[in-house]
Design a protein around this ligand. Structure first.
Ligand code: GLA
Length: 383
């Protein structure tokens, strides 16, 4: 190749790079940011709107890294909001239902709030009967998160939120830096990627707490939704909802969702575990091996035709059928959320795992080299 040819080639290549950079620029837009009101201490928080090319829309606030609304199409293409929540931040500040938030440091319950790690006993705050639930009195869902990145783009829109939980917060050892990245893909998936590090050995088991109602009408119950969970076993609980340590077979029990079944079919069965949970409020032991993302559940609502499939790399899922909703909490657009009008699918380690050494561990070591990672995906389609 002579000098002239080489020069034109270099020119051509630089032009191509420039064009591709420009078109990349055009493809991405700022994420819309609006005020979500002020907290009781006067601090203003915001909500951010992610969109994709199919019209899906996720509204996320930096209070609790909370999904406030999620608009997905029904079988006729009609977009409706499929999650429960409040109109402004004061609802979340007062609320006790964990609507749409990231819960932690330890999602779910720890018996009497006690555990020991590296020979030291820890006492966490008690906020659920005699137990510790969802990170304590002021868990991650009640904290203001910092937005560390947000973009709407063709490859997927995202918002990344960070929370630094200091050493001793709610009784936990070590300062944990957790980043949650919500991404809305063009395939109508909401990805939740978690990464975290700690400066002292600690425990960490964050999860996502959206209440779904795929009808798009939260005045209806979720009892007709058909649920499938790929799990042969679940973890029975005592009357305080602390796991007993047993992994019990779902076969011939109301807990068998291996084939799609209406949530309402066995929800009031004459069964001690159902009585303890007031319905379903239990952890299922997922059949597939953890540490890679796999599909473990699907939920189908026939009238709207909406199908939600759920994937995770976690070993368990808490399926909660909204048994504590009592019609007293005023949600979005003034709807009073009644009993069982939303359900949660919270991917996580099995509850009370710090006190069950034989179960997958929630210990996070003080090492920057092996950070905590979790991926959970809610995928929407119709049929
Ligand atoms: C979780 C728990 C439930 C309940 C809800 C919030 O799913 O397992 O018992 O506390 O959160 O109301």
């Amino acid at each position: 190749m002579n000098m002239k040819m080489l020069k034109s080639l270099v020119f051509l290549m630089s032009a191509m790079i420039l064009v591709s950079c420009q078109s990349k620029k055009e493809e991405s837009t700022m994420v819309e940011k609006k005020s979500f009101g002020k907290l009781s201490n006067g601090e203003e928080v915001y909500f951010y709107t992610l969109t994709n090319k199919n019209g899906l829309k996720a509204e996320i606030t930096n209070y609790g890294a909370t999904v406030v609304s999620l608009f997905v199409p029904d079988k006729n293409g009609k977009l409706e909001d499929v999650v429960l929540g409040y109109d402004d931040v004061s609802g979340y500040e007062k609320g006790e239902s964990y609507f749409g938030g990231i819960v932690g440091r330890y999602g779910n319950r720890i018996g009497k709030g006690k555990f020991s790690l590296d020979g030291t006993d820890y006492q966490l705050s008690i906020n659920n009967g005699e137990n510790h639930l969802h990170g304590g009195k002021l868990g991650f869902n009640k904290r203001v998160w910092q937005v560390v990145g947000a973009e709407n783009k063709m490859g997927g829109s995202f918002i990344a939120l960070k929370y630094v939980s200091v050493d001793g917060e709610e009784g936990y050892p070590g300062t944990v830096e957790l980043t949650v990245n919500y991404q809305l893909s063009q395939e109508n998936e909401l990805w939740i990627n978690y990464t975290a590090t700690t400066d002292k050995n600690t425990i960490l088991n964050p999860t996502h707490h959206s209440y779904f109602n795929l009808t798009g009408d939260p005045s209806k119950t979720i009892l007709e939704h058909e649920l499938m969970i790929d799990a042969d076993k679940y973890t029975p609980v005592d009357k305080g909802l602390i796991t007993t340590g047993e992994l019990a077979d779902v076969a011939n029990t109301p807990f068998d969702f291996r084939k799609p079944k209406a949530i309402g079919k066995d929800i009031d069965a004459d069964n001690l575990q159902i009585k303890f949970g007031l319905g379903y409020d239990h952890n299922w032991v997922l059949n597939k091996h953890p540490e890679q993302v796999f599909k473990f559940a699907s939920v189908y609502e026939a009238v709207s035709g909406r199908l939600m499939e759920i994937l995770t790399d976690q070993p368990g899922v808490q399926f909660y059928s909204g048994n504590f909703l009592d019609g007293k909490s005023k949600g979005k657009h003034g709807v009073m959320y009644q009993y069982r009008t939303g359900f949660c699918m919270e991917a996580q380690k099995y509850p009370d795992s710090p006190n069950k050494p034989e179960w997958p561990s929630a210990t996070l070591k003080a090492s920057k080299k092996t950070p905590y990672r979790q991926t959970t995906i809610y995928k929407f389609s119709t049929k």
